[in-house]
Design a protein. Structure first.
Length: 127
């Protein structure tokens, strides 16, 4: 079995049907490695040139290349069923902060409502 053609898909601690196992003598359990033929595809996307160069320098220090990094990120996203790092907009920029303050101050609004019900009645009356 060539490492180029096959990759480990899953590692089980119980032997599923139609699989052979490797006995883990210390734990008294059977570990099974399921091998599947790799079917690589090429993915193309655009990235800022300077960002790519910075990423390549960082990854080189970590012993990785860009393909390995994105494959790791993709695998982790699938495992976690989400983006494998925190994505936030916790700190709004100056324009957004000003718009939020204007709204609180009642500036620039087409109409100020004293309640949600009043707003809904106004919207319904426009129909």
């Amino acid at each position: 079995m060539s490492g180029d053609r096959f990759g480990v898909c899953r590692r089980f601690h119980a032997v599923p049907a139609k699989c052979s196992g490797i006995q883990n003598m210390a734990a008294g359990q059977t570990e099974v490695l399921i091998l599947a033929e790799r079917t690589d595809v090429n993915v193309t996307f655009g990235m800022d040139k300077n960002l790519k160069l910075e990423l390549e320098r960082l990854l080189s220090k970590l012993g990785l290349d860009i393909t390995e990094y994105f494959t790791m990120a993709a695998r982790q996203a699938v495992i976690e069923q989400g983006i494998p790092f925190k994505v936030t907009m916790e700190i709004p920029n100056a324009e957004t902060r000003q718009a939020m303050q204007d709204t609180l101050d009642g500036k620039g609004l087409s109409r100020v409502y004293s309640s949600f019900g009043e707003m809904m009645r106004d919207i319904d009356a426009g129909d």
